[in-house]
Design a binder for this molecule. Structure first.
Ligand code: ADP
Ligand code: GLC
Length: 484
């Protein structure tokens, strides 16, 4: 079958978070299964830098707006590992410094940017290849199912094409003032509370949930959580109405990129059977953060994260003094909202011998942390799937996580009696439980034999894309059947 992926980011062209990892790997796995896959990504400045010479496939698509038309070009990003990549080019909307907005924020015209993107994907598909199914990701692509079932209803080419929506994060919904409706030429009859309207705003994700043929999210636990008021971010009732169509499919990870046996970014390679290289990676990591004279018995805690509310950065700040009393060092890498960046900066300034923070986006350093740290900390408030803890398992870097969403589905608490488990979990979103989980990890770290058992339990876990890709094919086949 032919599947069109619509997503606002994807490796190797542009990445701000885990969505890019998924859009980089899942299409290639589907191609391996014999399917034809086309991925549409906006041509941000980052994408243009990555592929400066992309041939023009469509010189001008007209996308009507209320005040004047906008025009998008479709550029050929080439074929990689069996997947075709196409770029939606509209320089006045996408040729900017940031992908979504400055300093972890949003550009004011994001509704127009991704409204145009969704229309362009539909129009381009009509000319370059009508798929058997659209697979839209997150709010930025969520207008695709809305358009298909409303303004494109009578299109003889697209009317029978179903659309699957994957929610990677309920915390980002694409909410805009109602004035966006006429600007995108969306009919007002869509602006009701059972469709696109939510508390007097246009809500892209809500529209997607209402109109998609099937909805998936990125772990089973998160699928259950988002149908509750605590995690549903006000869309839980809308989701519950479509509960029969909501499934959780746990993300895989790309072991071609994230495997200590082959990783190009780390100082030495190692495997479950031969762990020696990990000590070299640890030294290299400490050197990269200019931490000197750290004893071998001192555990290194790593963090790689977007510094935003979701990720529990405030909890780390709350245990700062307690944590600093422990025998440990902490290295953190990330960017995000200035408030959280400053919390971590202050923590590092207060305890310069023990805590180092790098405010940056740095893929090589992210790999070095996965390989060189002894533990990986993810105290997320919520976490739809989370990829770093799965990478950590493979790198023998023991995850310490809050038991939420995909973190709960992928990490099993260490059981000393049975020698089972892969990490440490805490449940309540409070500093005491977080500190207690870290202290359990610090204590076990001193027992080298048990610690290695725990590391190896994690390294033996298998989270490739094979099984999830097959599950997605099952969903595609079901919606195609239903619409034919
Ligand atoms: P989310 O998508 O919510 O940010 P995930 O755990 O799914 O969380 O994925 C985050 C991805 O982004 C991982 O691949 C991680 O290594 C990467 N990442 C996050 N922040 C940085 C950073 N500052 N530098 C390099 N990579 C980062
Ligand atoms: C989102 C989520 C993260 C998930 C990623 C990929 O950004 O926050 O938990 O792993 O999408 O699905």
């Amino acid at each position: 079958m032919h599947i069109v992926f619509a997503a606002s980011e994807g490796l190797p062209f542009v990445k701000t978070g885990g969505l890019a990892d998924v859009v980089g790997a899942l299409p290639q796995e589907l191609a391996k299964l014999g399917h034809q896959v086309t991925v549409y990504v906006p041509r941000y400045r980052q994408v243009a830098k990555h592929v400066p010479e992309a041939p023009v496939l469509i010189a001008s698509l007209t996308v009507p707006f209320d005040y004047y038309n906008r025009f998008a070009r479709i550029l050929d990003g080439g074929k990689r590992k069996g997947v075709r990549y196409l770029f939606v080019d509209c320089p006045e909307l996408f040729d900017r410094e940031e992908v979504y907005g400055p300093q972890g924020g949003e550009y004011a015209d994001n509704g127009e940017r991704f409204g145009l993107y969704c229309r362009a994907v539909l129009e381009a598909s009509k000319q370059l290849g009508v798929p058997d199914v659209f697979h839209a990701h997150d709010w930025q692509a969520a207008l695709i199912p809305v358009l298909l079932r409303s303004t494109y209803y009578f299109d003889p080419v697209l009317r029978r094409v179903p659309c699957v929506l994957t929610i990677h994060n309920m915390g980002y919904q694409g909410k805009f003032a109602s004035g966006l409706m006429p600007r995108l030429l969306l009919p007002w009859n869509l602006f009701t509370m059972d469709k696109l309207e939510h508390y007097d705003q246009v809500n892209f994700l809500k529209g997607g949930i209402v109109y998609a043929d099937a909805i998936t999210t990125v772990s089973c636990k998160y699928a259950a959580e988002i149908a509750t008021p605590e995690f549903g971010y006000e869309l839980d009732t809308v989701l519950r109405r479509r509960n029969g169509e909501l499934v959780g499919i746990l993300n895989g990870v790309d072991y071609a990129e994230w495997d200590p046996a082959t990783d190009r970014n780390i100082a030495a390679h190692y495997t479950e059977r031969k762990l020696d290289g990990k000590a070299v990676c640890r030294r290299d990591l400490l050197h990269a953060f200019a931490l000197e004279n750290v004893a071998e018995t001192t555990p290194v805690v790593g963090v790689v994260s977007r510094f935003v509310t979701q990720k529990g950065i405030d909890l780390i700040a709350q245990i700062a003094d307690g944590l600093a009393k422990e025998e440990m060092v902490l290295v953190a890498l990330g960017t995000g909202e200035p408030y959280y960046e400053n919390l971590l900066r202050e923590f590092a300034e207060r305890y310069p011998q023990k805590v180092r923070v790098r405010i940056a986006y740095d893929n090589v350093l992210a790999h070095k942390i996965e390989a060189g740290a002894d533990m990986f900390l993810m105290p997320s408030h919520y976490e739809p799937c989370g990829l770093n803890q799965i990478y950590s398992l493979k790198y023998g870097t023991v995850p310490v996580v809050r038991a939420t969403g995909g973190l709960d589905d992928t990490v099993e608490e260490w059981n000393a009696e049975l020698g089972t488990g892969t990490g440490f979990k805490f449940h309540g979103y409070n500093p005491e439980d977080l500190l207690a989980a870290l202290q359990r990890a610090f204590a076990l770290f001193q027992d080298k034999k048990s610690w290695q058992k725990l590391m190896r339990n994690g390294m033996a876990q298998e989270y490739s894309w094979k099984k999830p890709a097959q599950e997605y094919v099952g969903v595609y086949e079901r919606v195609i059947r239903q619409r034919s």
